[in-house]
Write a protein that binds this ligand. Structure first.
Ligand SMILES: Nc1ncnc2c1ncn2[C@@H]1O[C@H](COP(=O)(O)OP(=O)(O)O)[C@@H](O)[C@H]1O
Ligand SMILES: [Mg+2]
Length: 271
């Protein structure tokens, strides 16, 4: 439903950000765009969402060409959502999608309140100025707004940055539930480590291209990371070393299961 065809993009002529790049998203899967700082991750989301127009190529959403921001069809959570907070209280801020959809203010606030409390925000926070919240709390408010808008596609720019373990767990659970609803999820990240359990489809921006990483082989994934100048996640390095010895491990598990698996494989190998 999100498709980029043969995109070329540059902000100015001396630096090409994308060159003849194509991408197609799959429903119910998590797509992760990795890349070094300045490689074009945010630009990629901006193009897919219709904030930026490619110099060449086409962007489609649900079979229709994207010519302007698809704000009524998809949610785009920028890396610093506070840029977009404009209401005086958290509750008013998070209710705007429902008001936008035609609910009256009181109904919208009642429903939104439920969601905010369920997201783990204490009740007294609902009447605070959203700008006074911590980074993780702000992101929770933005996530609730995005859930309420009920869109089919979700774009998140570096959703884990600046979050502690707890905050990351909230984001992971939320991602899991929207993936189960069959939505398309596109995120950018500097690191892959937090996302293995969600069986992501992984892409790396390298040399103005988007390279898909085949995670069915840790060894081949390791090579793609190396070629792109990005430090491979520890799990892929371990998987590659084992694969080199003819041993296979499943990369898509929790940290705990992964360690147990490695231990098992090594014990079997040793004896
Ligand atoms: N509005 C802009 N005008 C000119 N150059 C830009 C603009 N926005 C981003 N860039 C440049 O484009 C490149 C990609 O930026 P960006 O997509 O923000 O990278 P990332 O999100 O991967 O850090 C960077 O070199 C950045 O400096
Ligand atoms: Mg960025």
């Amino acid at each position: 439903m999100v498709e980029l065809i043969d995109i070329t993009f540059e902000y100015n002529e001396n630096k090409q950000i994308f060159l003849n790049t194509s991408f197609k998203a799959t429903n119910g899967r998590l797509h992760i765009i990795l890349g070094r700082s300045g490689s074009g991750k945010t630009t990629f989301l901006d193009i897919a969402f219709g904030f930026l127009k490619p110099k060449k190529g086409y962007v489609f959403f649900d079979g229709e060409e994207v010519r302007e921001p698809i704000s009524s069809k998809a949610i785009y959570l920028v890396s610093d959502p506070e840029r977009y907070f404009f209401e005086k209280t958290v509750l008013e801020e998070a209710s705007y999608p429902l008001i936008f959809k035609g609910f009256n203010r009181d109904e919208a606030k009642a429903i939104t309140k439920e969601y905010l409390l369920r997201s783990g925000l204490p009740e007294e926070y609902l009447f605070r100025d959203p700008l006074t919240l911590s980074k993780g709390e702000k992101r929770r408010v933005a996530l609730v707004s995005s859930v309420l808008l009920g869109s089919q596609a979700i774009f998140l720019d570096e959703p884990m940055s600046g979050l502690d373990r707890n905050g990351k767990e909230v984001v992971l659970n939320w991602l899991r539930s929207i993936l189960n609803q069959g939505k398309v999820v596109l995120i950018t990240s500097q690191k892959l480590d937090d996302f293995f359990e969600l069986k992501p489809l992984v892409y790396i921006i390298n040399n103005s291209k988007l390279v898909e990483v085949d995670l069915s082989s840790a060894l081949s994934a390791y090579r793609v990371f190396k070629e792109s100048g990005i430090l491979p996640p520890e799990r892929i390095t371990i998987g590659a070393i084992l694969e080199n010895k003819g041993l296979k491990v499943d990369l898509f598990t929790s940290d705990k299961e992964f360690s147990e698996q490695v231990a098992r494989v090594l014990v079997d190998y040793a004896y």
